[in-house]
Structures are given as C-alpha cells and as structure tokens.
Ligand binder design. Structure first.
Ligand SMILES: *Cc1c(COP(=O)(O)O)cnc(C)c1O
Length: 343
C-alpha cells in the first residue's frame, strides 16, 4: 500500500479544514478598504483582544506584518536590534533595508532569546558614531532555536532595559507562532506580548488558515500601519472570505497544538537517539519545531525522502522538521523508524 506523504518541511503546508472552507463560503463580506467588511473587522477585534492590544490589522503575510511594524516604529537611519537568526533578519530578503531604511544590529540568539545587556551596549554605542536604537525585535517562538519560547522574566528584563534611556525603545514581537508559546507554557498570549508595543501572529501556519497574519498594537500605531499597508499595495477588498478562515483558526485550532508539540518531542527523541552529538536535547523541544546539526543534511533529507517523508534544511549543516495538523501519529512513527536508520 502506498503511504501518504509525511510533509515535515513546514507548518505552512497545512490545508484549510472543512470548517474553514464552509466559513469561507458563508462569509458576510464588504469592501475592507472602506472598513466595511464585517468579517475582517471581527477578526481584527478578536485578535486585538486576544493579545491584549487596542487594535489590530489583517495583513496578507507575516512578513508584511513585521515590515509594517518597522516602518511605523522606526525612522530611516535607525538601528534595529534583533537576534541574528530571526526571520526579520535572514528570511525577508533584506526588506528592512529596502522598506524601512534601517540598519540591523544583530546580536546572539543561540537559545532563541537576546540578552538585555546587548541592547544596552547598542544604546551606548549611539554616543559613539552609531545610529540611535529605534526598535528591538524579538521572535517568540524562535524558529531556528527549535521553536524555543521566551521565558517571561527574560522578556521583562529586556523591556526594563528598553525603558531606561531618555527615549524609550519599543519592542516588536515577531510572534508568528505565539499561539504555540501560549499552549506550551499556559501563559496567555496577552501576557507573553505585554512587554511588546506591537505583536505579529500568523494564521497560515500551525493554525491551518490558507492566508493571513495580524499585527496588533496601540490604536495610533495600527492606524499608521493601515496607511503603510496601503502604500505597499496590501489593501484588500472582500477579504472577509479569507478572514473567515482565520476566525475558525483562532477558535478551533489553538488547543490542538499540544498534539503537535508532543509529536515534535517524539521526533527530537528519535534524533537524539540516532545522533547523540547533534546538539539537540529533546527536553528543549517544547513546541512544534525540531532543528539539529548534521554533517550531511542533504543525505538525511534524501534518506527520509526515499521513505515518503519530507524534511528541510535551514542553514549549512542544519536539518529542520516541523509538526502540524496534517501529520498524524502514524506519520511520526514512520519518521522515527526512518531516523533510526538514517546515515
Ligand atoms: C513564517 C514566519 C514569518 C513570515 O510569515 P509569512 O507569512 O511567511 O510572510 C515571520 N516570522 C516567523 C518567525 C515565521 O516563522
């Protein structure tokens, strides 16, 4: 019997559920550029409330959400402090330079977090021919650190550092998978995002919506982001058709992420059993992403591929597997078996 493909390359490959497709068909829509799409308005309101912010904006992609935050919260020539492996730094085609004309000041994020002291260093360098720090960006969960979650105290330390100077520095949280952080820790998204001025979350990844992300923050900031969205050509008309799927995603797809987390842990255990030196402690895998080092990642990917399993590489010597709704227990069993015989 032919096996179903087990696609662990990313949680972006997830298909919209039957409930989403039905909600999309039934959605009441209007012209969102006139703010007359009741489904988009409902999604933006529900998200703002969920993350404890005044307002929210529906955007086509997470990248646009991050880029709008940069354009609204910084001025050209500002320094933006971010972890060196964050999406905003290495997966957005230098969009921050192109769109916001900022200089990125990258700091160590090996464990997924950035140290408050490194921000202080960047601020003090502002007195010595370095530009002013206009923004600090964090990623929660942090993808390349195997989906690590920011400990709340560490975020609060960072926020305290950002409040210190005469001009307070806002924090933008790239929370593409903040849903996963909430499920993993039991701490609400609102609390996790409390230190951040703005927070972006994706509906189109683990939550299985076909398209869309949201940016939330203070009403004036989101108002300005709405203008910037238009400038980038991101104004959408009857977008309620896709927002309807997002509402179903927020309502029905968050709690089940715990299954994806348990499955990622199983994969991490299989990796650690096969390659004890791969630098992966299964206990560190608390959400849905498994990242490990290997001298021949292409060989591992090819071996899995021959078994009908797709994994990916994200950097030299680095393999990634991401669990999600469309990979079931049987798919994980098969992957664990395949890992046991991998080169
Ligand atoms: C996927 C992702 C984004 C961008 O989302 P897109 O919708 O693909 O543009 C931003 N940040 C992180 C951490 C992501 O994983």
């Amino acid at each position: 019997m032919a096996h179903r493909l087990v696609d662990l390359r990313s949680d972006t490959v997830t298909q919209p559920t039957a409930g989403m497709r039905q909600a999309m068909a039934d959605a009441v829509v209007g012209d969102d550029v006139y703010r007359e799409d009741p489904t988009v308005n409902a999604l933006e309101d529900a998200f703002a409330e969920r993350v404890g912010k005044q307002a929210a904006l529906f955007v086509p992609s997470g990248t646009m959400g991050n880029q709008l935050a940069l354009r609204v919260l910084t001025r050209p020539g500002d320094l933006v402090v971010a972890g060196g492996r964050q999406h905003l730094v290495i997966y957005e085609n230098a969009a921050s330079a192109r769109n916001a004309e900022v200089q990125l000041h990258t700091v160590d994020d090996a464990d997924g977090t950035i140290d408050a002291e490194s921000v202080l260093w960047a601020v003090e360098a502002g007195d010595h021919h370095q530009p002013q720090v206009g923004l600090v960006c964090v990623e929660n969960t942090h993808m390349p650190a195997s989906g690590a979650v920011w400990p709340l105290e560490r975020l609060e330390q960072l926020a305290a550092r950002c409040r210190m100077p005469t001009i307070p520095i806002p924090i933008h949280m790239d929370g593409a998978r903040l849903w996963h952080a909430e499920v993993a820790t039991g701490v609400s998204m609102a609390e996790l995002a409390a230190s951040a001025a703005t927070v972006m979350c994706c509906l189109s990844k683990g939550l299985c919506a076909p398209v869309g992300s949201l940016l939330a923050g203070p009403a004036d900031v989101i108002g300005a982001a709405r203008t910037e969205r238009s400038r980038l050509g991101g104004g959408m008309r009857q977008a309620g058709v896709i927002a309807a799927a997002g509402l179903v995603a927020m309502r029905t797809m968050v709690d089940r992420l715990a299954e994806d987390h348990a499955r990622a842990r199983r994969l991490a255990e299989a990796v650690a059993a096969r390659w004890p030196d791969a630098g992966l402690d299964p206990a560190d895998v608390v959400t849905n992403i498994v990242v490990f080092h290997h001298c021949d990642p292409a060989g591992v990917v090819a071996h899995l591929d021959a078994e009908g399993i797709k994994a990916g590489t994200i950097a030299p010597h680095t393999v990634r597997m991401v669990t999600h709704h469309d990979v079931d227990e049987d798919g994980i069993d098969r992957t664990c078996r395949a890992l046991a015989t991998a080169p």
